[in-house]
Design a protein around this ligand. Structure first.
Ligand code: FPP
Length: 231
């Protein structure tokens, strides 16, 4: 059904990258060190995902709820995001990938927003692999915004018009959603799009979630039978 074209490989994988703080705490390091290690792992996983034939990888990097963290932690995360965009995005794009952002960028400081929007604008339109970063993202906010858009355009409120007006309007729904770090919940991530996704929870803290861990999650996905509500 929604496979990448390579048998058993999900077309769209989404990851809730949880556990950076605990990873750092275990090492007596500041939380910022956990986020830095998480960013490096995120880059590695995006390369692995592309390599194994996943077409879309979405990562939950900053939720609307995360915006209430301490100013210190947020500034560290903003600095990481800017570093990622200035150092890694060109390589991603040169390799034929596209970068997408979902979320409400108006909630971010202007300089962060600008760097992010420039990276997205440089992306090719016909990429074989799309790396999508959820920033200042909240699913309930997205759904409410989509409703306002649909009504504002004078369209009927249907599953199709709502789907098309989500931030992910031009992307397929995720086939597999992975959460690292041991918690078993979706935390306001892709709630509309998760309707038929397979869910995979791992106790591994995100900075330790290796390429092999991703391969294991994909292997588990390929063993599951997806019935989409049918018998
Ligand atoms: C959750 O772990 C993780 C985050 C809030 C941030 C995730 C961000 C990255 C991996 C880097 C993103 C970088 C770019 C460039 C987009 P937590 O801090 O809640 O961990 P804890 O539950 O152990 O405290």
């Amino acid at each position: 059904m929604a496979e990448s074209g390579i048998k058993g490989i999900p077309r769209h994988v989404a990851i809730i990258m949880d556990g950076n703080g605990r990873w750092a705490k275990k090492r007596l390091l500041p939380r910022s060190a956990g986020h830095n290690a998480g960013m490096n792992r995120m880059i590695g996983l995006s390369e692995r995902a592309k390599q194994i034939g996943i077409k879309y990888l979405t990562v939950y990097a900053l939720s609307t709820e995360n915006l209430s963290r301490s100013q210190d932690e947020l500034e560290g995360l903003y600095a990481l995001i800017k570093k990622y965009f200035s150092k890694n995005v060109d390589r991603l794009i040169d390799g034929g990938a596209a970068l997408r952002i979902i979320g409400d960028l108006t909630l971010l400081p202007y300089d962060v927003r600008k760097v992010v929007e420039d990276g997205v604008a440089r992306s090719p339109k016909d990429a074989q692999f799309t790396f999508c970063i959820a920033l200042a993202y909240g699913a309930r906010r997205e759904i409410a915004e989509a409703c306002r858009e649909v009504v504002g355009k004078g369209l009927p409120v249907t599953e199709q018009t709502l789907s098309a007006n989500m931030y992910t309007g031009d992307m397929p729904d995720p086939d597999l959603i992975i959460r690292t770090g041991g918690e078993v919940r979706l935390s306001n991530f892709l709630l509309w799009q998760a309707a038929y996704a397979e869910l995979y929870f791992s106790d591994v803290l995100f900075p330790d979630f290796s390429d092999e861990c991703l391969d294991d999650a994909v292997a588990e996905f390929s063993r599951r039978t997806r019935r989409f509500g049918k018998v």
